[in-house]
Design a protein around this ligand. Structure first.
Ligand code: MF3
Ligand code: CO
Length: 236
């Protein structure tokens, strides 16, 4: 899983470096496809329940599962890039939200707080803790900022499958849920909205957008629980 995580981290770094005004999300998809090949991995999302791309690219009010297209990225946009890889039978999955050129203070704050919440969730992913300690770490960090936690999509276990039990919600009550054990690997992925938590799925069957049209941010890491504490697999 470290090998799969390393591929995911490396590909996301290359993609981040290619986000700029005027680039299209299909440009990013092509890069992801090439990099996946170069690193002798397989894309995790392409073909998953009929999903046609290596990446999910979710812009501004798109929450998750936005599809790469010929639409260009514009200065001031924020874009979530979600990517997964399969290496030697194991999956890795991670996401980042990045600014396109200069963005508003509100957008920057949403991204910062969402990334911070992922950090706090990772810190809570410890042997002996409970699953919802992770959930609560996200919720309790973002809500005081006036942001809301998406309910309809959650993180997940990951391993020989992209999505394994348990589900990892980003809201919850401390001390509840399964006990965390060394050897578990979780894809922790806060999806945080600037406005309300409600989302809807567009008629393409994939793209989830905020119901109120406000911004949304998304960060994700695949994290192994070890006797020495949380180990982030999808980090360089
Ligand atoms: N990181 C997302 C997830 O875990 C990406 C999956 S997109 C899909 O659900 F296309 F593969 F479904
Ligand atoms: Co995921």
């Amino acid at each position: 899983m470290q090998a799969a995580g390393a591929v995911v981290a490396e590909v996301l770094e290359v993609l981040k470096a290619n986000v700029r005004p005027g680039a299209t999300t299909l440009d990013l998809e092509k890069i992801a496809e090439e990099e996946t090949k170069r690193l002798k991995a397989r894309p995790a999302f392409k073909g998953y329940r009929g999903y046609p791309f290596c990446l999910c690219t979710s812009i501004n009010s798109e929450v998750v599962h936005g599809m790469p297209s010929k639409k260009t990225l514009n200065e001031g946009d924020i874009v979530s890039i979600d990517y997964g890889a399969l290496v030697d039978g194991f999956y890795g999955d991670a996401a980042v939200t990045v600014p396109v050129g200069a963005v508003s203070e509100d957008a920057a704050r949403l991204m910062r707080v969402t990334e911070e919440s992922l950090g706090k969730a990772i810190e809570a992913a410890r042997e002996g803790a409970r699953l919802q300690d992770i959930s609560f770490a996200v919720q309790s960090h973002v809500e005081p900022h006036g942001f809301s936690v998406v309910r309809e999509f959650v993180g997940h276990g990951i391993g020989r499958e992209l999505h394994e039990p348990p589900q990892v919600p980003n809201f919850g009550i401390p001390g509840r849920g399964v006990k965390l054990k060394a050897g578990m690997v979780l894809a922790i992925e806060p999806m945080i909205n600037a406005g309300g938590w409600a989302v809807k799925v567009l008629s393409d069957g994939w793209t989830a957008v905020t119901a109120d049209g406000k911004l949304s941010a998304h960060f994700e890491h695949s994290v192994a629980i070890t006797p020495e504490g949380p180990l982030v697999l999808t980090k360089i």
